[in-house]
Design a protein around this ligand. Structure first.
Ligand code: ZN
Ligand code: ZN
Length: 880
């Protein structure tokens, strides 16, 4: 049976027994922020176990994508060294939510293994929790497993808990005896032994208790079943191999890597580790990137980065020089695309991200490994066995070598690594960077606002409906202090009980406008928002006296607000268009929405070329012309997330969120910003630029409405000016420029050949002017040269012809004089080029000097050059 048949057999077996076939959930657990990755089949059913969710079925069967790396369940550093550990694997599982219980779970598991997979019944063992007599009896009396092949194990092995409290219960594991020959041979070897002989293949969890904070167990009214069997492991057992890497899940990926490395799996134990690591990690990388994880320095992204980099280091061990992992990931997609079609539709993205990371890491890997080798030598010389934490930190911080990689190398050298020391160094750096960050005042709510918020001061935001409103002043602040009044000319911060002013949030800038009433006017220059509903108007009292309690008319600058709203709506359209054209991996990574223009940052792995940008512009402008209506709905956060709307990472969502929709699902985003009524209001959308702002994050800057028109007009003006300067019309401009460039090239060529002729002529007759001074050949000349370098090239040529002598050259260039002196090696004992040049430079009003054999100088009096050169012979005669 191949892996696909093994998986299908499991799913079909339970489907026939009334189970709903449920697809694998994402590797990013949406419902559980405490979990790094989905690491078991039950993760997507957590709500059912906790009783917070109901579904239409009470039995389910899944094949779930899982990753165990980083966090509590971390197998990363073991992967490659054993035949059983993986970062990515598939978990087959059947589930009962208050439906069937132990009897069925055990009976079906036995039936599937012995009849479905035809495993020999006499080689199967069962383990049960030490107090679970019920399970013991089922195994012995109903299934007929002899009592001496049923073992009772303790809490560590056979009791499952979801967390410190909540659902929990005993487990029962089915174990296969693979035979003495694969065992450790020790007399105490048995189920639970670390060796490969007794292999656990299927874990059945009987969730029958609720644990309270004191540790008391209360039986659940309706107990649940949750089982898990690793596909890789059962495939190895069914296919009769002792390593998961020898199953058809891995063989093809390994042989693909064999071809790249031009080495064979099985030849050397050390190389085999590399093959296993690469085949495992390429699977993890492909599936993680597919589910939206991108390499970064924290959280999930950091785990992915470690996985990719660890694989690259093992590629280096195999002697692979060029980027290769993206190709192996591509092979994973070939192999698994049939089972997980999302891989196929994200192929370009997965390969692109992997290749980017390979390129980023290539240079530092090479240098980092050298530094690591040096450190290892040092440790060995000092007869130590541990690589210190400080070294680990440096390798990580400077070269991006994560401790797992160092650990792999250390293992090959029989050394240990000081992980604790690394953690200390890391924590120290973190606290240092946090301290330097505190001063910037970002993110933290200033104390004065915190006090106000704690007192219950808040403002109703009316700005979605209106741009002007009557309101009452609740507080006036000057220099971060509450004051009883403020006079004309003073800078203030004002808080109102209700306001149409939008406080800066979600990338959209704060409103400007006026507060006025009773001979008093405040010009508002910015509006901030703190917490959920503290809105602070910043500005200056222009006339009158402002006091708390005063009634005012609050009026937003309508022109700017409208322009901002158009731009905000355009970001939503742009977001949707990018996802449509580039793919669903595009996610907003940040934005800044101003009245004049906006920028939009998003995740993508490569430059968006000009043609694609034009396509994006077309899509957005088409939606503008369709004049689609915008609608907003206020929903609870849970309801809103269920609609599938885009939630933006940079935004913090309260319990109530606004769902902003364009047309019928053209775009759906959770957004508190202000928007146009209809897309047609935007008028016109134009991209200004596209650039990179980080690894895998791109930025688009764009304009809309009046600003877009002005941009187009200014572009046209520029073209007209250029045409005017080139004495032609805009439509002839291209022809004209092409002709000019051709002429220019022709002239460059002519100029070059003339200069070459001139130089040859000069150096040709130069030897005619040689004189003899004190038995040495001396050449003094004024020549044509454009730069000191040209002068030097010229002198070099003369020196070659002269072989022995002193050369002094001068040249005029603009209003400067250049000088150079060369003395051949045989004469440096008698004449010093540096001294000669410093004398001559003085005469032309400048400075100069250099070595005895070669010196350069010059000055600002080119008219003195001739006189200076005439002095050379005299200088040489006097130097002896
Ligand atoms: Zn053993
Ligand atoms: Zn928005």
């Amino acid at each position: 049976m191949n892996f696909r048949e093994i998986r299908a057999k499991f799913i079909d077996f339970f489907k026939e027994r009334g189970h709903q076939v449920v697809g694998s959930s994402s590797l990013i657990p949406r419902e559980d922020p405490s979990l790094l990755f989905t690491n078991a089949g039950m993760v997507q059913f957590k709500g059912l176990y906790l009783g917070t969710e109901r579904r239409s079925y009470s039995r389910a069967v899944t094949s779930q994508k899982c990753v165990r790396a980083g966090g509590k369940h971390n197998d990363l550093e073991n992967v490659g060294y054993t035949g059983r550990h993986h970062t990515f694997f598939e978990m087959l599982g059947n589930f009962s939510f208050g439906d069937y219980f132990k009897v069925e779970a055990i009976q079906w598991a036995w039936e599937l293994l012995t009849e479905g997979y035809k495993l020999p019944a006499d080689k199967l063992w069962a383990s049960v929790y030490k107090d679970d007599d019920e399970a013991f009896d089922i195994w012995e009396k109903q299934i007929g497993v002899p009592a001496d092949r049923i073992v009772r194990l303790g809490e560590k092995d056979n009791f499952w808990v979801m967390g410190d409290t909540g659902p929990c219960g005993p487990c029962s594991e089915i174990i296969i005896d693979q035979g003495e020959e694969v065992g450790c041979g020790r007399s105490e070897c048995g189920p639970g032994c670390e060796c490969d002989r007794y292999l656990e293949i299927w874990n059945l969890v009987f969730t029958q208790f609720d644990r309270d904070p004191q540790g008391n167990l209360t039986p659940l009214a309706s107990p649940n079943i949750d089982t898990g069997m690793g596909l890789e492991r059962i495939a190895a057992v069914v296919q009769g191999v002792t390593s998961n890497y020898d199953t058809d899940l891995f063989r093809d990926i390994i042989s693909f890597t064999e071809n790249i490395a031009e080495k064979r799996y099985g030849d050397h134990a050390r190389q085999d580790v590399s093959f296993r690591v690469i085949s495992d990690h390429s699977r993890a990388a492909a599936f993680l990137i597919c589910d939206g994880v991108l390499p970064s320095n924290e959280g999930r992204g950091y785990v992915l980065r470690r996985i990719i980099r660890r694989a690259l280091r093992f590629g280096m061990v195999l002697g692979i020089r060029d980027p290769f992992l993206h190709r192996v990931a591509g092979r994973v997609i070939d192999n698994m695309g049939e089972d997980y079609p999302e891989l196929l539709s994200s192929r370009g993205f997965i390969e692109g991200i992997t290749l980017n990371e390979e390129k980023r890491f290539a240079a530092t890997l090479y240098h980092g490994m050298k530094i690591l080798q040096d450190s290892i030598e040092e440790v060995k010389e000092q007869r130590e066995v541990t690589i210190p934490g400080a070294v680990l930190f440096k390798l990580y911080d400077t070269y991006g070598l994560s401790p797992d990689i160092v650990q792999d190398v250390a293992r090959e050298e029989n050394l240990r690594v000081d992980l604790e020391g690394f953690d200390h160094a890391m924590a120290r750096q973190r606290s240092m960077s946090q301290e330097s960050w505190k001063g910037s005042g970002e993110e933290e709510m200033p104390a004065v606002y915190r006090d106000l918020a704690n007192r219950g001061v808040a403002s109703d935001f009316l700005g979605h409906e209106s741009l002007a409103a009557a309101a009452q002043v609740t507080a006036v602040l000057r220099e971060a202090r509450e004051v009883p009044s403020a006079e004309a000319g003073e800078r203030v911060e004002v808080i109102l009980d209700r306001t149409p002013f939008y406080g800066e949030a979600g990338g959209q800038v704060g409103d400007k406008g006026w507060l006025s009433g009773d001979g008093m006017q405040v010009k508002v220059t910015n509006t901030l928002k703190f917490g959920d509903n503290l809105i602070v108007h910043q500005g200056e009292v222009e006339q009158g006296t402002l006091t708390p309690g005063a009634r005012v008319e609050a009026r937003v600058n309508e022109e700017e607000r409208t322009a901002t709203a158009l731009n905000h709506t355009a970001t939503h359209l742009l977001h949707a268009a990018l996802r449509e054209i580039l793919g669903p991996h595009v996610k907003q990574a940040g934005s800044l929405v101003l009245p004049q223009r906006f920028r939009f940052d998003f995740s993508h792995f490569s430059q968006v070329d000009h043609e694609t940008l034009k396509e994006v512009e077309s899509v957005v402008n088409r939606q503008i012309r369709m004049n689609l209506p915008l609608s907003t709905q206020v929903l609870s956060r849970e309801e809103a997330l269920k609609t599938g709307a885009m939630a933006i990472f940079e935004e913090r969502y309260g319990e109530q969120v606004r769902l902003v929709q364009v047309g019928e699902g053209v775009s759906m985003e959770l957004c508190g910003g202000t928007h146009a009524q209809r897309t047609g209001d935007i008028g016109f959308f134009k991209v200004l630029s596209e650039s990179a702002v980080g690894a895998n994050v791109r930025r688009i800057e764009a304009v809309t409405g009046q600003a877009a028109l002005e941009y187009a007009q200014s572009q046209e003006d520029e073209v007209r000016t250029l045409a005017f300067l080139l004495k032609t019309s805009p439509d002839q401009l291209e022809d004209r420029v092409e002709r000019l460039l051709k002429d220019q090239k022709q002239k460059d060529r002519e100029l070059e050949s003339l200069r070459a002729k001139l130089l040859t002529k000069q150096s040709g007759d130069i030897l005619e002017g040689i004189r003899e001074v004190q038995g040495a050949k001396v050449l003094v000349r004024q020549v044509e040269a454009e730069s000191p370098k040209e002068l030097r090239d010229f002198a070099d040529r003369v020196k070659e012809k002269l072989q022995s002598g002193v050369i002094v050259l001068g040249a005029k260039k603009d209003d400067k004089a250049m000088l150079l002196c060369m003395v051949t090696d045989d004469l440096v004992g008698r004449f010093k080029a540096g001294q000669i040049i410093s004398r001559l430079s003085e005469m032309v009003g400048g400075k100069g000097g250099g070595r005895p054999d070669m010196a350069q100088g010059g000055g600002s009096k080119p008219e003195e050059l001739g006189r200076a050169l005439e002095e050379v012979v005299r200088i040489l005669e006097s130097s002896r």
